[in-house]
Design a protein around this ligand. Structure first.
Ligand SMILES: [Zn+2]
Ligand SMILES: [Zn+2]
Length: 275
């Protein structure tokens, strides 16, 4: 039982690995989590569930509870939003199939973007990406542009080549509400990743009707004002709160500097244990 891990447990429910746009493999990430004093973690790669067996494991002589999860990208009223999905145990095949399809489409969009950009030195998607084994993202494209000398840094690559406004990367096709529905049918718990207050105001009712369970309100970069707005909205709709660092491991960023306590996300823990 998760709740038996103790009230002093430190938790991070939003982490990325090399299976999408993170810098460290799932195993390396778990090792870093254990060494940094985290007790409960979820690896939430973009549109991908990794092969780590969920549950309690011993890492570097420390107990670490791993929750299976993913961060799904979907479209709602013309804008891309992210959905965190968590599972009480192993991930059902149907949800893995959704992730596989999303990753295959990511590889296709990546290759179309390379054709559209039409610059030297960019490498097309590899077999593992096309087979849905890893999720290619705009960051990979931006890194390629920097390596090939077309952009001075990642931010430059985003603003000139791969950001939304550049229009080089085709839009997603999965409706966000459909992602919520499938996650629900697969027994997953859903949380709207990093929502901003305006979007909450505009879309939360619709997404709750679609089956959304929670909002990611507890993040290191969220202001107190935003956190309060999200907290009030969650309460109004009977949603739980989740949180995490959204750590990718780039530029020496350390995992574990941000850690939640069980009482901050008790609604989520209860729902996960009841699921
Ligand atoms: Zn996200
Ligand atoms: Zn993320």
């Amino acid at each position: 039982m998760l709740s038996s891990l103790g009230t002093r447990s430190r938790i991070d429910l939003h982490l990325h690995t090399t299976r999408s746009d993170g810098a460290f493999s799932p195993e390396e990430t778990l090792l870093k989590c254990a060494r940094s004093g985290l007790d409960i973690v979820a690896l939430t790669d973009h549109d991908l569930v990794n092969d780590i067996t969920p549950g309690l494991r011993r890492v570097d002589d420390r107990d670490l509870w791993v929750i299976a999860g993913a961060e799904i990208s979907g479209m709602h009223e013309g804008t891309e939003y992210h959905l965190l999905v968590y599972f009480p145990g192993a991930v059902p095949q149907r949800f893995r199939a959704l992730c596989q399809q999303q990753c295959e489409q990511r590889a296709q969009r990546y290759d179309i973007a390379i054709q559209t950009l039409s610059v030297s030195g960019l490498v097309a998607s590899d077999a593992s990406a096309r087979a849905g084994q890893r999720a290619l993202t705009r960051l990979h494209l931006a890194q390629g542009l920097v390596t090939a000398g077309h952009a001075t840094h990642i931010g430059d690559a985003f603003s000139r080549f791969v950001g939304n406004r550049a229009g080089t990367v085709p839009k997603l096709t999965l409706p966000y509400t459909e992602a919520i529905r499938i996650a629900n049918e697969c027994g997953g718990l859903t949380s709207w990743a990093h929502p901003n207050p305006d979007d909450i105001e505009r879309h939360l009712s619709t997404l709750v009707k679609a089956g959304l369970h929670g909002v990611e309100a507890l993040r290191p970069t969220t202001t107190r004002r935003t956190r309060n707005i999200l907290r009030r909205a969650a309460k109004r709709h009977g949603l739980f709160l989740t949180g995490g660092s959204d750590w990718h491991g780039w530029a020496g960023a350390q995992v574990g500097l941000f850690g939640l306590q069980i009482h901050e996300i008790s609604g989520f823990i209860d729902a996960l244990e009841a699921a």
